[in-house]
Ligand binder design. Sequence first.
Ligand code: URA
Length: 431
Amino acid sequence: MTRVVDMIERKRDGGLLDADDIRNLIAAYTRDEVPDYQMSALLMAIYLKGMTPAELAPWTDAMLRSGDVLDLSHIPGIKVDKHSTGGVGDKISLPLAPLVAACGVKVPMVSGRGLGHTGGTLDKLESIPGFSTQQTTERFIELVKDIGLGLIGQTAQIAPADKRIYALRDVTGTVSSIPLISSSIMSKKLAEGIDALVLDVKVGSGAFMTTIEDARILAKTMVGIGEKMGKKVVALLTNMDEPLGQAIGNALEVRESIEVLQNKGPADIRALTLELAHEMLRLGGKDPALAEKALADGSGLKKFAEIIEAQGGDPKVCEDLDRLPKAQFTEPLCAEKSGYIQAVDTKEVGIGALVLGAGREKKEDAIDPGVGLMLKKRVGDKIEAGEPLMIIHHNKTGLDAAKKRLLAAYKIGAEKPVQKPLILDRIASEN
Ligand code: URA
């Protein structure tokens, strides 16, 4: 195999990596034969120089084949999953997966942890007392077959290379790269045995893609990878110029997700959950209108309680939200001037929650499940000086640093801003 240092230097200098070298490198890294510092340096070189399609194809394929590629063809029906490129307050997978499963489409879902300033589905789920996202492949298949969904993280069997590279990217400033995001998402998704996939590609100040042009390239890249593998893929480009819903932070987001399944919850979360559910149901050959029905009749909530129990968690959280972990202290953060909320630097809001303990600074850091933010105002709302912008839920860690960032993240002015639509575009595979 070519020396890793030679590969790093080639990429650093704008050269192309050889397909066999890429495959060998990913396999060796998965076997623990390449140290994190060399992989980190290579990831930074890729972040800065990008990857051509001829490099991205073997990179994604090697990540996908770093573990097992599941075959769920013995389970009747079309298997459909959804994945987001990452946002702030983006808890949509939590209400969406059980809602769609309750409508009869099988949802095998392999998710990730918090990444950069964004939260991760696994960290959110693990804030439910007892819930385990670490299930064997056999158990995952059983869950999908018997309950209609499974909510797990990568294991030694499913895309382990992504699990390790993802954790490195999180703490090395190498997240917002089109080839690294596409290969990370598509390797996990293609390993989990799906027939079709819905992608939520976030655009804006809280997303890894801040412009619609970059988001379109990312969406087309992922749709193209899926298409080549014979999967139907639909990507929605959605607004991330402000956090989704009111809750940011793990247990707070689980609480808000359960409220959505109780047919309540913030309007934007409900709307996006339903839009994505319609796409998944269409791909799964079902009537999209079933989604509204499963919200109204409580079958989505019942399905969530069922999967929580099956994965070792406390299903009673679905009736009694106070069983979820809570921070010890709450404190309002108040506006310093009056006017309209004109814009939010959403990434800064995500980092504000992270420094309280909702995310990681280093790979081995533990998450504090109860901390986070409950937003009181959205873009376009009027606010008076001294009125709360949000309530901070904290355990004293990082409070002053968070307050400083959070106040600076809000732009308040005299003009009411023009509101952006939630769905900005839709890109679908040819098949
Ligand atoms: N979600 C992932 O799984 N990977 C990324 O790189 C970004 C979002």
